[in-house]
Ligand binder design. Structure first.
Ligand SMILES: CCCCCCCCCCCCCCCC(=O)SCCNC(=O)CCNC(=O)[C@H](O)C(C)(C)COP(=O)(O)OP(=O)(O)OC[C@H]1O[C@@H](n2cnc3c(N)ncnc32)[C@H](O)[C@@H]1OP(=O)(O)O
Ligand SMILES: CCCCCCCC/C=C\CCCCCCCC(=O)OC[C@@H](O)COP(=O)(O)O
Length: 297
C-alpha cells in the first residue's frame, strides 16, 4: 500500500515534468502563467516602494527593471537597432506594433527615460499590477468611450509639453499576431500633432518562430526591435492626421515585412523611409527635409 502510494506520488511529481518536456500546449501554458505570475509578484513587491515616491514617471524605471530578467529566464535574445534615434531632449510620441504581452520584454529594452505608455483601462483593475501601472504614471484610456479617450489624449498633449514626457502608444489598439498590422487608431497621431512633437515609429519583428498564442508555441528565440527615424509633425493640423497615420503605418508595415522575410536580420543600416528623417509637410502638401542639427543629446 505504502509502495503504491509512493509510486502515485512519484508519478504526480514526474507527470508535470514530462508534460512540460513533451506537451507543447502544457509547456506554453506554464510559460504564460509564469509570465503573469512574475508580473503580478513584481508589482506586489515593488508597488510599496513606488508608493513612497507617489505617482511619478520615475517609477517606470522600477517597473522596467522588474521585467528585464524575463528575457533571460525564457532564453529570448533581443536585438535593438536605431536606439540612438531616441536621444532627443524634447518630448515625442512612440508608436509601436503590438503582437502580445511579450512586447513588454522588448519595450523595456528600448523605452527612453520619462516615457509613459498609454494602456487600456482594464489593466488598472488587475490588482497590484494596476496599482504599479498607476504609480508609474501610465495613462489609461477607455477604448469603449471614444469621447473620454480623446479627452485623455488631449490632456496628455498638454502634459507632455509641460512636463517634458514621452508617450508610448500601440496604435493597433489591441494585440495582433497576423502577418501584417491592423489599421492604426488615430489617437497617437492627433496627440503628436496637437503637441507638435515628433513621432518615432518602432517595429518589433514577428514572433512567429518562437511564440504563437494560436498554436500554443513558446520556445526560446530571437527578435529584433527597430527604431525608425523621427517623423516631424510641426506645421501639421488635425486635417493632416489621416494621411500622417497612413504614411506611418505603411512605413512600419514595410519594415515589418522586410523583417519577416529576412530572418537572418541582414538589413541595410538605413531603410528608406517615407517621409524621410526630419521631414515636415509643407503647405503644398509635400514632405520636405529639414535641418535637425542640434536637436539630439
Ligand atoms: C513592477 C511590475 C509591474 C508590471 C506592470 C506590467 C504592465 C505594464 C504595462 C505597460 C504597457 C502597456 C501596454 C498596454 C497596451 C494597451 O493597452 S493597447 C490598448 C490601448 N491603446 C490604444 O487603444 C491605442 C490608442 N487608441 C486610440 O488612439 C484611439 O484612437 C481612441 C482614442 C481610443 C479612439 O478609438 P476609436 O474610436 O476606436 O478609433 P479611431 O478611428 O482612431 O477614432 C475615432 C475618431 O476619433 C478621432 N480621434 C481619435 N483620437 C483623437 C484625438 N486625440 N483628438 C481628436 N480626434 C481624435 C479620430 O480621428 C476618428 O475620427 P475620424 O478621423 O474618423 O473623423
Ligand atoms: C483583484 C484582481 C487581481 C487580478 C490579478 C491579475 C493578475 C494579472 C497578472 C499579470 C498581467 C500581466 C499583464 C501584462 C500586460 C501587458 C500589456 C498587454 O499586452 O495588454 C493587452 C492590451 O495591450 C491589449 O489588450 P487586448 O489585446 O485588446 O485584450
Amino acid at each position: 500500500m505504502d509502495v503504491a502510494l509512493l509510486h502515485g506520488l512519484l508519478l504526480l511529481l514526474i507527470l508535470p515534468v514530462l508534460l512540460y518536456r513533451y506537451c507543447a500546449t502544457f509547456h506554453y501554458f506554464c510559460k504564460v502563467t509564469f509570465f503573469n505570475l512574475w508580473v503580478l509578484a513584481m508589482a506586489t513587491l515593488l508597488s510599496p516602494f513606488a508608493a513612497i515616491r507617489g505617482r511619478c514617471v520615475e517609477n517606470m524605471k522600477l517597473l522596467c527593471a522588474a521585467i528585464r530578467p524575463l528575457k533571460h529566464l525564457y532564453g529570448i535574445k533581443i536585438e535593438v537597432l536605431g536606439a540612438e534615434h531616441l536621444n532627443l531632449k524634447e518630448p515625442y510620441v512612440i508608436v509601436c506594433n503590438h503582437q502580445a504581452s511579450l512586447d513588454l520584454m522588448g519595450m523595456v529594452e528600448v523605452i527612453p527615460k520619462r516615457c509613459v505608455p498609454i494602456a487600456k483601462k482594464e489593466l488598472l483593475y488587475m490588482g497590484t499590477v494596476g496599482w504599479a501601472c498607476w504609480l508609474s504614471g501610465i495613462i489609461f484610456i477607455d477604448r469603449q468611450r471614444t469621447g473620454d479617450a480623446i479627452d485623455v489624449i488631449s490632456q496628455t498633449a498638454e502634459t507632455i509639453r509641460r512636463e517634458n514626457l514621452r508617450v508610448w502608444i500601440f496604435p493597433e489598439g489591441t494585440r495582433n499576431q497576423s502577418r501584417s498590422m491592423l489599421p492604426f487608431k488615430r489617437g497617437a497621431f492627433h496627440l503628436a500633432v496637437q503637441a507638435q512633437v515628433p513621432i518615432f515609429p518602432i517595429v518589433i519583428s514577428p514572433y512567429w518562430d518562437f511564440f504563437s498564442s494560436k498554436e500554443k508555441k513558446f520556445t526560446p528565440g530571437t527578435f529584433t526591435i527597430r527604431v525608425l527615424p523621427r517623423i516631424e509633425t510641426r506645421g501639421l493640423s488635425p486635417k493632416d492626421v489621416p494621411e500622417l497615420t497612413e504614411t506611418v503605418r505603411k512605413t512600419m508595415v514595410d519594415v515589418f515585412s522586410e523583417m519577416s522575410s529576412n530572418p537572418c536580420r541582414d538589413w541595410p543600416a538605413e531603410l528608406p523611409l517615407l517621409p524621410s528623417t526630419g521631414a515636415t509637410k509643407g503647405t503644398d502638401g509635400v514632405w520636405h527635409d529639414e535641418d535637425t542639427t542640434g536637436t539630439s543629446d
